[in-house]
Design a protein around this ligand. Structure first.
Ligand SMILES: [Zn+2]
Length: 261
């Protein structure tokens, strides 16, 4: 069974949130400004079964209270994030490895780095990656994260993610990510093509919702998903001889350069 996906975008914070739907049952990922989806759920007569939190940065949890005023449903979060949900009701820790949501079993992966309590959920044709991975980019360590842990998590993604999983990311900074990528690998064919596509659709340089991609598609373009490419490692090493030709060293150096860009 596959999820039906509804995507919401909060333009002032560039956040995505999602409804994952099976029939008339829905689960809500990272509610922020909830009015659009509250209306949709009411109009369609759907039943909200639970709230799924990727991590507890304010822009992924701020709408919980408003949602729970209308719907009596549990909130699932990594156990390290429980203390952050002070006003939420019925808070439950994600099980360590799997959670059954209706007829779909979702894998639960703890993926710290951007945030200590970050999780990725995968199943039913999607991978909810939150702020671990973005279209052509990845989450930053600058808001209480840890760049060493980001590198550790990024090198695990090829084991975690299925090629055909559609990636549901928490933000869209596509144009900036692509331009940064091209500053690392000038003329890279995949990034050059992505740049022209993004420029054609991005309005006023502001993050603009871009099409979702599968992990197989993302691996063709996003440098943070191409850590085992020798040319990328050698390019980084030519600028910084301390960089070893190893995916983890590449991940660390890329994130460092992205922070400085
Ligand atoms: Zn975040």
């Amino acid at each position: 069974m596959q999820w039906e996906i509804e995507r919401g975008f909060a333009r002032d914070t560039d956040n995505y949130n999602y409804l994952l739907r099976q029939g008339d049952k829905v689960w809500w990922v990272d509610p922020l400004y909830p009015l659009k989806f509250l209306k949709m759920i009411k109009k369609q007569g759907w039943s909200l079964e639970g709230i799924l939190i990727t991590h507890t940065h304010w822009d992924h949890i701020d709408g919980i209270e408003q949602v729970q005023e209308k719907h009596d449903c549990p909130v699932y979060v990594h156990e390290l994030g429980i203390p952050d949900l002070t006003t939420a009701k019925n808070v439950q820790a994600f099980p360590a490895d799997k959670i059954q949501l209706g007829d779909i079993e979702m894998e639960v992966h703890h993926t710290p780095g951007h945030h200590p309590a970050h999780i990725i959920l995968q199943g039913g044709g999607v991978a909810v990656v939150g702020d671990v991975l973005f279209r052509n980019g990845c989450g930053s360590p600058l808001f209480g994260g840890n760049i060493e842990e980001i590198a550790d998590t990024l090198i695990r993604l090829p084991e975690i993610l299925n090629d055909d999983s559609v990636l549901l990311w928490g933000h869209d900074y596509d144009l900036g990510n692509i331009k940064w990528g091209l500053s690392i690998l000038p003329g890279d064919p995949a990034l050059t093509k992505a740049l022209s596509e993004a420029e054609a659709t991005t309005q006023n340089e502001r993050p603009t919702p871009q099409p979702l991609r599968t992990w197989a598609e993302e691996k063709q373009v996003n440098l943070f998903a191409r850590l085992d490419e020798l040319q990328l490692a050698e390019t980084l090493q030519s600028k910084n001889p301390d960089v070893e030709l190893h995916p983890r060293a590449v991940a660390f150096e890329l994130r460092l350069l992205r922070n400085q860009w």
